[in-house]
Design a protein around this ligand. Structure first.
Ligand SMILES: NC(=O)c1ccc[n+]([C@@H]2O[C@H](COP(=O)([O-])OP(=O)(O)OC[C@H]3O[C@@H](n4cnc5c(N)ncnc54)[C@H](OP(=O)(O)O)[C@@H]3O)[C@@H](O)[C@H]2O)c1
Length: 229
């Protein structure tokens, strides 16, 4: 794999992914909103930036041309089907056989087998309610985006992030197919390591057609499971 596209490159997760992808020796094409191009100044001369809305099919078509992998940040912004439009544009225009990695949170379920803590359900309910009220967040559209990815015959992986924190890398997160697995109990991952998992997934065929829920490898729950062997 030589060239990868990062859709949503100027955000916090996106910038970490850009850095990891460069470290791994990939040529990087980044897509971000026109107003956010300056957030990528630190990478000037080392990446190609395509400005535009990530749900604009023409922008995505141009950006993913020739890319063997596409890393897409799916965010439930606004009420204009931004996440589902972004996912659809990537699904429609990525080159055949490309590895497609999408980010989302634990709240996305692929098969309904996830067991969520009460506190998590309460927070999600509140986020949905506030999102509808302010018309700034549309979680259902992120759900729809992932439904389309799961239904596609592309080589996808949907990485489901736990709560996130900043800080130095602790290494590649561990994962499980289902929230509720004891290994995930700590529910915290460094954002830099979420990005690492996304980039590492590009070359991990075991993750094709998986929706790994991740947690930091140094968290108490991950270490406890490791200690038990
Ligand atoms: N935050 C968490 O605690 C958390 C927990 C679990 C999973 N996740 C997942 O992690 C991923 C990254 O989330 P993050 O919270 O860390 O955010 P982030 O990386 O900062 O990404 C936010 C993205 O949304 C874009 N954006 C912001 N406002 C927008 C708007 N009004 N219209 C269109 N795009 C807009 C940003 O682009 P600009 O640079 O142009 O502003 C950026 O690409 C997401 O897939 C999320 O579901 C997050």
């Amino acid at each position: 794999m030589k060239q990868v596209c990062i859709v949503g490159a100027s955000g916090k997760l996106g910038k970490y992914m850009v850095q990891h992808a460069l470290d791994w020796g990939y040529e990087v094409v980044g897509v971000c909103r026109e107003r956010s191009v300056g957030k990528l100044d630190a990478f000037r001369g080392r990446i190609t930036v395509i400005p535009g809305a990530t749900n604009d099919a023409q922008v995505i078509k141009k950006a993913v041309a020739g890319c063997d992998g596409v890393l897409t940040v799916l965010v439930p912004w606004g009420v204009h089907h931004y996440a589902s439009g972004t996912a659809q544009a990537v699904l429609d225009h990525a080159q055949p056989g490309a590895r497609l990695i999408f980010s989302c949170g634990w709240h996305i379920t692929r098969d309904g087998q996830d067991l969520y803590p009460q506190s998590f359900r309460r927070e999600e309910k509140l986020a949905r309610w506030l999102g509808r009220l302010t018309r700034m967040v549309d979680i259902d559209d992120q759900v729809e985006a992932c439904r389309r990815v799961f239904a596609s015959d592309t080589r996808w992986t949907v990485v489901r992030g736990s709560d996130l924190e900043e800080g130095e890398s602790q290494g590649l997160p561990v994962w499980s197919r289902h929230v509720g697995d004891p290994i995930l109990e700590s529910n915290i991952t460094r954002r830099v390591d979420f990005a690492l998992f996304m980039v590492a997934a590009l070359e991990n065929d075991e993750l094709v057609h998986e929706a790994p829920a991740i947690v930091g490898c140094q968290t108490p729950s991950a270490l406890a499971v490791k200690a038990r062997g």
